[in-house]
Design a protein around this ligand. Structure first.
Ligand SMILES: Nc1nc2c(ncn2[C@@H]2O[C@H](COP(=O)(O)OP(=O)(O)OP(=O)(O)O)[C@@H](O)[C@H]2O)c(=O)[nH]1
Ligand SMILES: [Mg+2]
Ligand SMILES: [Zn+2]
Length: 308
């Protein structure tokens, strides 16, 4: 708890205006950065800003405030990041898992976006789980079928309703003792799920508008202490970006492709139009879902364009 130098171990919950809310064994403290640390961080690729989830050491000033003295340096482990110009911005650090949330209806799930999220999680080596919310609205059969496909790939799947309470116990078990982030498009019910698990946890819930973005939707990443762990609510939609993804690595980021990767006729097969491609044969046999393969093709093209 309290170290020899009097500093407290803590974890950053939120960041804003140069201030950091840090959860410590003595409560949540609003902290500034020690000048020396600020200078050190300014030279880092993250541009001097620490992310929620980051473990730090804090010198307490009084019951409500403190100063961050030190940072535990493992910024790449379990981090979800987005590109910001040429810089990289870590949105959440230190994650044990990311839970991608979609709605079964209103809005309908965009599986191409889900595949993009999954690739980014695989690339970052953050375990992924899926949550399909709003099942009180009923599941269209083709959606239910697609969801089963993801379950077969090995991703844990929770069907939930923030409104009716279905799946909440399962989500609670999923979150217990871990640092988790909820990510997904706007309006699927991420904040609502957190509030259903613990009233007031993520107070701002937005109405679903025509554009899918309500006035009160989540705008910044905030980590909440929850059941011995932490859960992050992240802003909707497009913040996840395939940051410097290596195109050669892409096939290995699709779990259903991994076991087949040595089986193509050509060692440098991109699994697009080459003869003797084991991946395309698997798609033809329906061992790989055509929709997943489409996502692969799309991401592959996108990365090729960016390499140019
Ligand atoms: N029918 C139904 N509606 C829900 C459910 N969960 C959330 N909603 C509604 O969906 C809308 C969006 O919910 P939010 O919790 O704000 O969604 P969000 O994912 O946090 O959205 P962003 O903060 O914009 O990313 C609100 O009008 C909620 O009342 C659910 O399980 N069933
Ligand atoms: Mg929200
Ligand atoms: Zn191939």
């Amino acid at each position: 708890m309290t170290a020899a130098n009097g500093a407290l171990a803590g974890i950053i919950l939120s960041v804003g205006g140069g201030l950091y809310d840090v959860h410590t064994p003595l409560g949540t403290l609003r902290c500034t950065l020690r000048g020396r640390l600020r200078k050190e961080l300014a030279a880092s690729p993250e541009r001097g800003v620490l992310a929620p989830g980051q473990r730090v050491r804090v010198q307490r000033i009084d019951a409500a405030t403190g100063v961050i003295e030190d940072v535990e340096r493992r910024p790449e482990e379990g981090a979800l990041a987005r590109a910001r110009g040429v810089r990289r911005q870590v949105l959440v650090a230190n994650l044990d898992q990311v839970v991608f949330v979609f709605a079964v209806r209103e809005p309908s799930p965009r599986f191409d976006l889900l595949d993009r999220y999954l690739v980014i999680a695989e690339d970052a080596d953050v375990p992924a789980a899926l949550c399909f919310n709003k099942i009180d609205l009923g599941q269209p059969p083709e959606i239910a079928q697609a969801i089963e496909g993801y379950r077969r790939l090995g991703y844990p799947v929770v069907l939930s309703s923030a409104r009716g309470g279905a799946g909440l116990a399962e989500l609670r078990r999923l979150f217990e003792g871990k640092i988790s982030a909820l990510a997904g498009p706007s309006g699927v019910g991420k904040s609502s799920l957190l509030n259903a698990l613990e009233p007031g946890l993520a107070a701002r819930v937005g109405p679903l508008t025509a554009e899918g973005a309500g006035r009160h939707t989540t705008t910044s990443v905030h980590l909440y202490p929850f059941d011995g762990g932490y859960v992050a609510d992240t802003p909707g939609a497009r913040w996840v970006y395939a940051w410097q993804l290596d195109r050669d690595r892409l096939p290995a980021l699709f779990p259903e492709m991994r076991p087949l990767l040595g089986d193509c006729r050509f060692d440098d097969c991109r699994h697009l139009d080459e003869p003797g491609c084991a991946i395309r044969s698997a798609v033809e046999r329906a061992d790989i879902a055509p929709q997943r393969y489409e996502s692969y093709r799309r991401l592959c093209q996108e990365l090729a364009q960016r390499e140019r």
